[in-house]
Design a protein around this ligand. Sequence first.
Ligand code: GLC
Length: 455
Amino acid sequence: MQIRNSWVPAGMGADVSRIMDTRHPVGRPVAGDSFLRFGSLKRPLPGPLPLNKTGIFYTPSHRQYYHQWLWDSAFHAIILSHYDTDEAKKELSSLFDEQWDNGMVAQIRFNPSNRIAPYRPNAEDWGTGRPTSGITQPPLIGSALKVVFEKSGDRQFLAETFDKAMKFQEWMKAEREIPGTKLIGIVHPWESGTDNSPIFDGIRDRLVAGTFANVEVPPRADKLNVDEAQRPLEEDYKVYWGLLRQFRALGWDQKKMVEQSPFLVAEPLFNSLWIKSNEDMADLADALGRPADARKLRGWAEASRKDMRKYMWNRKDGFFYAYDFRAQSQIKVKTVNGLIPIYARVPTRHQARRLVREHLANPEAFYGKHGVPSTAFNESTYDPKRYWRGPVWINTQWLLVNGLRDYSYDVYANELTAKAKALTGKAGFREYYHPETGEGLGAKDFSWSTLTEIL
Ligand code: GLC
């Protein structure tokens, strides 16, 4: 990429060149070649974003999900930075409004103007003493911060926000690293962002047959606007509530949760986003003249990468599987999560070739007419309409397109881009899509599906 000085927004100074020189060793920068071209731009927002704006943050979808979700808002900040950098900065900052003292940013922050909403679990159910849930979600924040900085060029914003983002990474490392490994553990399926993925079926069945057999599930508001056939099952909710109540009894002490949770999984999508955020933040640390932080963050990324290859890579199948740390074994279910490591340069070239040839480009597995399904077509649990068990989700296509470009699989990246754009172009910005027909499914007016507009 040619660096043209005229792209550099005011106030960036000499440090910009440092950021701009920080390439992905095997590819190009995250935000594409156009980054830094705009200073503080103001363009009309795409699709449902104006509808989903609350004044404090953007909701994933005003009818179904009227609170704030962590990784949704990070995606929103990335999208917004291409349209209105002030809005992007606000969206990212709002994620820290309710940051916990220990550094955690929670999966959900409740909408203060929607306190009587029927959504359960609500703030009282969680009982964290804050207007948030007590668990986290895929750590995309560091990467979002890099994009927002690249697009806005706002150094002051970067300086103010970096420490908060750093505190979040530090928390994750200190309280969520699985002892004896460099992997980050999730203690609840909701933390994965892919709630009812068949990855978690085995654990669910084990729990529902034992510890959680009698868990009571309160009335479900998630089925009010969306057909039940497209939502998780009652057994899934037993696990969601069972874990919530168990952690609440532990006073939301995150270390104890890792020690005692019957659900402890290292999951490839989550760990990939952790790795990429560390590396993106290392670039930002360089720009801020903080080499010690940069070194530390790169070290964390590299160590986690190594352990992902050690625990998750399955040489026989050529795939990254989630690892169940209670059963001490890989969970051999093929879902889109196992392809996402390509987004964080986890696979070696050889591993990447196997991921692409044997899985992503294999019509029996993940190569669909409308993109990459959330669960492989040839898994027995594949279900084209049910949430994370088959439908195509736009955020995963975006992660894959970026990863494919990094490894110079441009043909597949371009194809996937075209398919994703066709989905939202024809069916609108829905939560997910039928992988065989392209039909829009789940919630309507779904914010992160506008990622197709920046692909
Ligand atoms: C669902 C999704 C999760 C998302 C949330 C809000 O729970 O599984 O990934 O963050 O909805 O959109």
